[in-house]
Design a protein around this ligand. Structure first.
Ligand SMILES: Cc1ncc(COP(=O)(O)O)c(C=O)c1O
Length: 467
């Protein structure tokens, strides 16, 4: 006789929540785990963004599954060894503290375990994704035909955008292609070409001006070069917020060239896109509404938990026409035009949209506005206190600034950035150390809502006194 055995042996923890009664064991586990997490947040103000040590963890499952106590102890080790984005000195990257509503969204997503592949696997969430993408696209000024899809990160959104541009141009089997971008564009653009099977020579990178922005005349020259090289220009990528300095390319002027030449305009607005949602900053992204596609990555500043990225397109049908290959194991849905798994590269997808939706709703337009303006104002305050005679400062209009000592040689700057990064870490300030045009810089990202004016004073003093 075939036997179906009951599994799990911990009397304090079932493997799956009971489907027939409120499960007190799961409730109590969630209570304990949320206490652990809340305690971790509560200590963030006094701790370094980086842990003192990372505990050695046993990774393989044991013969018998671990019990509740063991599970909590293992979790404690992971938490203790984690990067702490809520530390006021966590200023290195585009990884801000998580919004509380977004944490809840992630937790509920895990509990629901719905799948954005198909509507029957995520009835309310599929509708939510379609509607929120449309809202975001139209809020950025895209037309009524617009829409989008969530993807795990900005890199994937950028890849999908370029695959779509190639499909739209009917050039999927042509290798003599070209893409133009700012040489400060994110590395995911070059990586997208690699994945698309295009040679390095297909990427026409243009060095930006002193402010980090693409020059329109150089784009025109690049287009001529592409033609004389016997290639076809597939897309121009404008960056709205470069990773290094937060510079924004002149999107409106680039859009005019694209429209005149019939070229796809992709705007990588991973960092800057959300600034178009605020009336105080939307002017910075003038022309974004004219893009054929936009990557927007609210995880980078608004505190939406990772990953949260959207690819927005001016015509949602284009996404379907490019990525739909049919699903022999999924029935078409009568009440939704496209299944979620037919709008991009991913099949099964977690409902990332939930934490974005909840996060935006918790913030409201006023909250979004405050986060963005406070970030820019923190940068301005800090730069006013940094000795401008001591540092070369690279900073676009957003909340990012990179600095390197004026009077040091390239190799001295290498040593200084290394030494100063370590020294700052001892004071609980974490900056990053990018290399830009062969010179090392220290980069500060001002998107952390816990960073106080007194922290900015201390950071500026430490830097000024380090030379
Ligand atoms: C401008 C820009 N685009 C794309 C990306 C890639 O985003 P992700 O790390 O989510 O893949 C980044 C990452 O920092 C970025 O700065």
């Amino acid at each position: 006789m075939i036997e179906i055995r009951k599994i799990g042996q911990d009397p304090d923890l079932d493997l799956f929540a009971s489907p027939s009664k409120l499960d007190p064991k799961l409730r109590s586990l969630l209570d304990d785990v949320s206490s652990l997490l809340c305690e971790w947040f509560a200590n963030a103000g006094r701790t370094s963004p980086l842990p003192d040590f990372v505990d050695c963890l046993e990774v393989a499952p044991l013969q018998k599954g671990i019990n509740r106590e063991h599970l909590l102890n293992d979790l404690k080790k992971i938490i203790q060894g984690s990067y702490q984005p809520s530390s006021p000195g966590a200023l290195a990257h585009l990884d801000p503290p998580p919004l509380t509503a977004s944490i809840v969204g992630d937790l509920v997503s895990a509990g629901l375990n719905n799948n954005l592949l198909a509507k029957e696997l995520s009835p309310s969430l599929t509708v939510l994704e379609r509607k929120l993408c449309k809202w975001m696209a139209t809020s950025l000024g895209m037309p009524e035909t617009s829409g989008g899809v969530a993807a795990s990160g900005g890199s994937l959104s950028n890849l999908m955008a370029l695959v779509l541009a190639r499909h739209k141009a009917n050039l999927s089997f042509d290798t003599k292609l070209a893409i133009i971008s700012n040489s400060d564009a994110h590395i995911s653009i070059a990586r997208a070409l690699l994945i698309m099977g295009l040679p390095e020579a297909a990427l026409y990178e243009i060095n930006p001006n002193q402010s980090g922005e693409l020059l329109v005349n150089e784009i025109k020259e690049s287009l001529n070069q592409i033609e004389s090289d016997g290639r076809k220009c597939l897309a121009i990528v404008a960056t709205a917020g470069t990773t290094f300095s937060g510079a924004i390319d002149p999107i409106e002027e680039i859009a005019k060239i694209c429209s005149f030449k019939g070229i796809w305009l992709h705007v990588d607005a991973s960092i800057g896109g959300v600034f178009a949602l605020s009336t105080s900053t939307m002017n910075l992204l003038k022309g974004i509404s004219l893009a054929s596609s936009i990557t927007i990555n609210p995880q980078k500043i608004l505190g939406i938990t990772k990953t949260s990225s959207l690819l927005l397109v001016s015509d949602i049908n284009d996404l379907y026409n490019c990525f739909s290959t049919g699903f022999p194991y999924i029935e078409p849905s009568n009440d939704i035009e496209f299944q979620g798994g037919e709008l991009g590269i991913q099949g099964s997808r977690s409902p990332e949209i939930l934490k974005l939706w909840l996060g935006l709703r918790q913030l409201g337009i006023e909250g979004i506005n405050s986060i963005l303006m406070n970030s820019i104002n923190r940068k301005k305050y800090f730069l006013e206190r940094l000795s401008s005679d001591k540092f070369i400062i690279k900073s676009g209009p957003l909340h990012i600034a990179a600095l390197t000592p004026k009077k040091l040689t390239v190799s001295q700057a290498l040593d200084w950035t290394k030494k100063t990064k370590d020294l700052l870490l001892k004071q609980n300030f974490m900056l990053s150390r990018p290399i830009y045009q062969n010179r090392y810089y220290l980069k500060v990202v001002f998107g952390n809502p816990h960073t106080q004016v007194s922290d900015l004073d201390s950071l500026a003093n430490l830097l000024n006194n380090s030379l």
